[in-house]
Design a protein around this ligand. Structure first.
Ligand code: M6R
Length: 368
């Protein structure tokens, strides 16, 4: 049942190329336009949407953070991302033109469920991004995008996360198509790039031995930090969450630009820091990330960099370097999250922990 793997989690990590491919299946019609059959909202209704609020918990929340970067860029509408448990207890401003997007792998998370009920009483439209067919959250939503990852057994979300990212991209592109904020050619190009992702994820999985080697080196480390920028920031948070929940060690993710506002004081000799390096581009993200990496390295950190193929500028600052396929910054989480999952899985295994059932955690959190 685990396909020869020791853990469901590891099996699910290695299933990600096919999970992502399934998630993308059948999303374009014969003329190449995006179609999301399960989205039961009319074009009219979607055109009127003037604000998106994403609500979720844990890893699903990090997928929501990536969604904000993508949807704002493609659709030019404001996107807020909020933890479901916080959203419920404030007095959020919701109207009929607000689209509330609830992301939940299980579809049963109590906080997320209560949050959508709250949104519906304010007559906002609710769209669920969910992996579990027929679960409560999609049943109580106006629309749903199923992620089609197949059952996720390991408590730590892996293929659930990657396919949530895909669903978020699809939603962003679909809104852009309906609202006309992007040309069809551009949408088709991103779809082509998404369709190459299963092969790219496979390439990253091909380096698993190298990541396991690093895990062996870091057994016994009391703390690990993760740095990212832009869409790489939620990936840093996700890498830290995986390590906390599986290896039970202190791990924190930061936006690299925040370092100088406090966290850099944590950096000490030998502290391992994973750095999710953005692709080189017209923006300054890459340069800024390098300067952050220089800062922590100057203070003794051991940097493990995830950087795209051909990025030679990073080499002098990377104590360890894992190569990522060359992909656009918005889509990079689909490849950069994978080594972090492998690292947490392996480190926890080496420490003798039950990777599929970490202590104190449940697969779906049905208590508030
Ligand atoms: O089923 P959901 O996506 O609603 O679950 C949300 C979180 O409980 C979940 O992502 C949790 O953080 C995972 N164990 C992380 O690996």
């Amino acid at each position: 049942e685990k396909d020869g793997h020791d853990w469901f989690m590891r099996k699910e990590i290695f299933e990600q190329p096919s999970a992502v491919a399934n998630s993308l299946l059948g999303r374009r019609n014969a003329s190449g336009r995006l179609q999301l059959d399960e989205v039961r909202l009319s074009d009219e209704e979607l055109r009127d949407i003037d604000k998106v609020i994403v609500i979720a918990c844990g890893t699903s929340f990090y997928a929501g953070m990536v969604a904000k970067y993508a949807i704002e860029h493609w659709c030019r509408i404001p996107v807020e991302v909020e933890l479901a448990s916080e959203f419920r207890y404030r007095d959020p401003i919701l109207t009929r033109e607000t689209l509330v997007v609830a992301i939940s792998q299980s579809g049963e998370t109590a906080d997320t469920l209560q949050a959508i009920r709250h949104a519906r009483t304010q007559r906002s439209k609710v769209l669920a991004i969910c992996n579990s067919n027929g679960s409560t959250i999609p049943r109580e939503s106006d629309a749903v995008i199923y992620t089609h990852a197949g059952p996720e057994i390991g408590v730590a979300s892996t293929k659930g996360f990657l396919t949530q990212l895909v669903a978020c991209y699809l939603l962003g592109l679909y809104l852009a198509q309906v609202k006309g904020t992007r040309y069809n050619d551009e949408i088709a190009l991103v779809m082509d790039q998404l369709e190459q992702m299963p092969a790219h994820i496979e390439t990253v999985l091909g380096q698993s031995e190298r990541v396991y080697e690093l895990a062996r080196e870091f057994v016994g480390t009391p703390s690990v930090l993760f740095l990212g920028r832009h869409a790489g920031y939620p990936v840093a948070l996700e890498g830290a969450l995986k390590l906390k929940e599986l290896a039970y060690i202190h791990a924190e993710g930061f936006a690299a630009g925040e370092l100088k506002h406090g966290p850099i004081a944590l950096v000490d000799d030998g502290l391992p820091i994973w750095c999710v390096v953005p692709p080189r581009g017209r923006d300054q993200l890459h340069e800024k990330m390098i300067s952050g990496i220089q800062e922590v390295r100057a203070r003794g950190a051991r940097t493990i960099c995830l950087a795209e193929e051909g990025d030679t500028a990073i080499e002098p600052y990377a104590d360890e370097l894992i190569r990522l396929p060359k992909v656009p910054v918005l889509l990079q989480p689909l490849v950069s999250a994978v080594p972090l999952q492998l690292f947490a899985c392996e480190l926890a295994t080496l420490m003798g922990h039950d990777v599929d059932m970490p202590r104190n955690l449940a697969k779906s959190v049905t208590v508030e």
